[in-house]
Design a protein around this ligand. Structure first.
Ligand SMILES: *[C@@H]1O[C@H](CO)[C@@H](O)[C@H](O)[C@H]1NC(C)=O
Ligand SMILES: *[C@@H]1O[C@H](CO)[C@@H](O)[C@H](O)[C@H]1NC(C)=O
Ligand SMILES: *[C@@H]1O[C@H](CO)[C@@H](O)[C@H](O)[C@H]1NC(C)=O
Ligand SMILES: *[C@@H]1O[C@H](CO)[C@@H](O)[C@H](O)[C@H]1NC(C)=O
Ligand SMILES: *[C@@H]1O[C@H](CO)[C@@H](O)[C@H](O)[C@H]1NC(C)=O
Ligand SMILES: *[C@@H]1O[C@H](CO)[C@@H](O)[C@H](O)[C@H]1NC(C)=O
Length: 563
């Protein structure tokens, strides 16, 4: 009698737990994922629940199996809450940094030609290690002083004869005045270049337009239907009444969709490609700011060459060896005789093949991300002829790559990051995975290095997509460093790219906001940061795939961290 009551109670309890789990997972699946993507009336409900989140999770700490499951689920849910909050915080911060301006007439927008650059505290000569401060006063096309900031500027000092260059740090006083702070890293005659990439009105329009949706890129998915192939529309936010295939990563709240082809299972999704949809979220007036003639215009200056003497200065020679966990300042270094010299740590350049081989010996290296880190793999296999590609049966430029040196036990691999990859050429979606999941599969040790580089393919989409992805990557990196603290994790920033590339989809203004977010997201982690944004400004290569020389410099930084 007693027993049967208990059994019934247990059964009832189990049933309750199962229903609870089902409801909770349904809730996570339906609301949390959809809400973070597309907003919904359930949002306020989630917010209310969040306030009692901790107490809620702790109420499941009994030792019954079902309760432990619920507790685990609850923890996942709490992590998702925190991630959502952090995303909102980053977006709020960016909103504060980015201008918000309405304008009616192009003539009232910033004109580079009417603006002035003046040298503060001019001297006949400077010493290496000194700072050169340039003041910018910006004017509009009518010759009126600008009264607010937010212009997208690019500042550089350089010496063509020395193949030398460095970026400058721009401070925005938000009143039309800017100060550019250059470090004079080398001896010689130095020139200053300050470009107005976009006027603040253009930056404001772009930042607002970026939030408007996922429509700029159209994805086409290919499904296998027996022996024939069918094509359907895919994307992050498809508006259709037709049935959809949902490709969800529930833990990380990543979602991708395709219109379901009739009588074809969602699992038969094999390939993907994309094209630029002929549309814009900008008004014609806003668009006129992005005329070629209005992009990257030099701000005139009256001072000529700056004379820099050595003065026996050792101020710009760092002593600490480069190591993961050191924070990377801006400017992060300079290029001299075409070679990169970091400003914050000492490198020992690996100039001979023997030195490179000694560094690589026994290493297991994962390149995860886009083609800018695939370039590293291409560079290394060209430079080190004993590294041989192993055929992994892929097609096209986006196939997985593996190179090995059997004698030295070196293994290097590259895998593209998860959706979105933007290309007009078919690529496989069969082994699709997100970088966070790939990191989760790395065992790691002191001879393992993971290089992560994402960004270029995220530029056409709302910022949330990039932020969610990078926060998921960071969580995976933290897990990796818990189980294998000796693993070297390297975050590679984006390269600046072609100045006149379709700015609304791929322009550097979008890369810049991502770069700012990226620096913040990884700042307190024990990772190496390779500031290729800064490096590519120093080298002034406006090329998403920079020339070999520049890639070589990026890889030298990588070697500095791992060897
Ligand atoms: C803007 O503010 C800075 C710092 O307060 C000041 O030096 C500068 O003169 C101001 N510019 C204008 C145009 O008022
Ligand atoms: C320029 O930058 C250096 C190093 O970051 C700093 O010490 C110096 O105070 C800055 N100068 C000005 C005028 O902001
Ligand atoms: C998704 O599409 C719907 C319908 O067009 C739209 O209302 C919603 O704002 C879109 N969401 C995003 C984030 O673009
Ligand atoms: C898939 O193949 C089946 C059988 O051959 C056919 O009936 C169906 O229409 C095909 N689906 C599509 C979307 O082409
Ligand atoms: C941009 O170019 C178009 C046509 O090439 C021209 O009509 C327009 O005036 C230009 N706008 C600006 C701001 O230069
Ligand atoms: C710089 O240092 C060298 C050797 O250390 C010395 O011979 C030279 O006089 C110094 N020059 C100056 C300008 O101090």
């Amino acid at each position: 009698m007693q027993f049967s009551v208990t059994a019934n109670r247990q059964r009832a309890f189990l049933a309750a737990v199962l229903v609870g789990l089902a409801m909770l997972s349904y809730f996570l699946h339906r609301t949390e994922i959809k809400v973070t993507f597309f907003g919904s009336h359930s949002e306020s409900c989630i917010k209310q629940l969040a306030q009692t989140e901790e107490a809620f999770c702790h109420s499941f700490t009994g030792d019954r199996i079902g309760q432990r499951d619920q507790s685990a689920l609850c923890t996942v849910w709490a992590q998702q809450r925190r991630k959502k909050q952090e995303m909102e915080d980053i977006l709020t911060k960016l909103d504060q940094q980015m201008p918000s301006i309405t304008f009616r007439d192009v003539k009232t927008t910033t004109s580079a030609k009417n603006s002035k650059a003046t040298l503060l505290s001019h001297k006949d000569s400077y010493c290496v290690g000194d700072h050169l401060i340039v003041r910018l006063d910006l004017y509009d096309h009518l010759g009126k002083r600008k009264r607010y900031g937010g212009d997208f500027l690019r500042a550089r000092v350089y010496s063509p004869g020395l193949k030398a260059g460095a970026s400058g740090q721009v401070e925005d006083y938000k009143n039309g005045t800017y100060l550019v702070n250059f470090t004079l890293f080398w001896e010689g005659d130095v020139r200053v270049s300050i470009l107005l990439i976009h006027p603040s009105e253009g930056v404001s329009a772009m930042w607002a337009a970026r939030k408007k949706g996922y429509e700029k890129i159209a994805f086409t998915g290919k499904f296998l239907n027996g022996t024939s192939e069918v094509f359907t529309e895919c994307g992050f936010n498809i508006t259709t009444k037709e049935e959809l295939c949902e490709y969800l990563d529930e833990r990380d709240q990543e979602a991708f969709y395709c219109v379901k082809p009739k009588h074809v299972p969602c699992d038969a999704f094999i390939h993907l490609k994309s094209n630029n949809r002929p549309m814009s979220y900008l008004t014609p007036l806003e668009k006129s700011l992005f005329n070629r003639s209005n992009i990257g215009v030099e701000i005139p200056q009256t001072f000529g060459n700056i004379r820099v003497l050595s003065c026996n200065s050792t101020k710009t020679t760092p002593r600490e060896k480069c190591a993961v966990g050191t924070s990377s300042p801006v400017p992060s270094g300079f290029v001299w005789q075409a070679q990169w010299r970091p400003a914050f740590c000492a490198t020992s350049r690996l100039s001979t093949l023997d030195q490179i081989n000694a560094c690589l010996k026994g290493k297991l290296i994962y390149f995860m991300g886009d083609s800018t880190v695939r370039q590293w793999m291409e560079y290394l296999t060209r430079r080190v002829s004993t590294l041989k590609f192993f055929d992994l049966h892929g097609i096209g430029k986006l196939q997985n790559l593996l190179a090995v040196d059997m004698a030295r036990n070196v293994q290097i691999q590259w895998k593209k990051h998860g959706h979105p990859i933007i290309t007009a050429y078919d690529y496989t979606a069969k082994d699709h995975s997100y970088v966070a999941r790939d990191i989760d599969k790395v065992a790691g040790d002191r001879d393992t290095a993971v290089v992560i580089s994402l960004g270029q393919h995220f530029r056409p989409f709302p910022m949330e997509l990039f932020l969610r992805r990078m926060l998921n990557v960071r969580a995976a990196v933290q897990r990796l460093l818990l189980r294998s603290p000796d693993t070297k994790v390297i975050i590679k920033a984006e390269n600046i790219r072609e100045m006149y590339i379709d700015p609304e989809r791929f322009g550097d203004i979008h890369g810049y906001t991502q770069y700012l977010a990226l620096r913040g997201i990884f700042q307190h982690l024990n990772v190496g940061f390779i500031d290729t944004w800064d490096m590519s400004i120093a080298c002034a290569v406006n090329n998403v795939h920079p020339p070999e020389e520049v890639v070589g410099n990026q890889i030298d930084m990588f070697f500095a961290y791992i060897c």
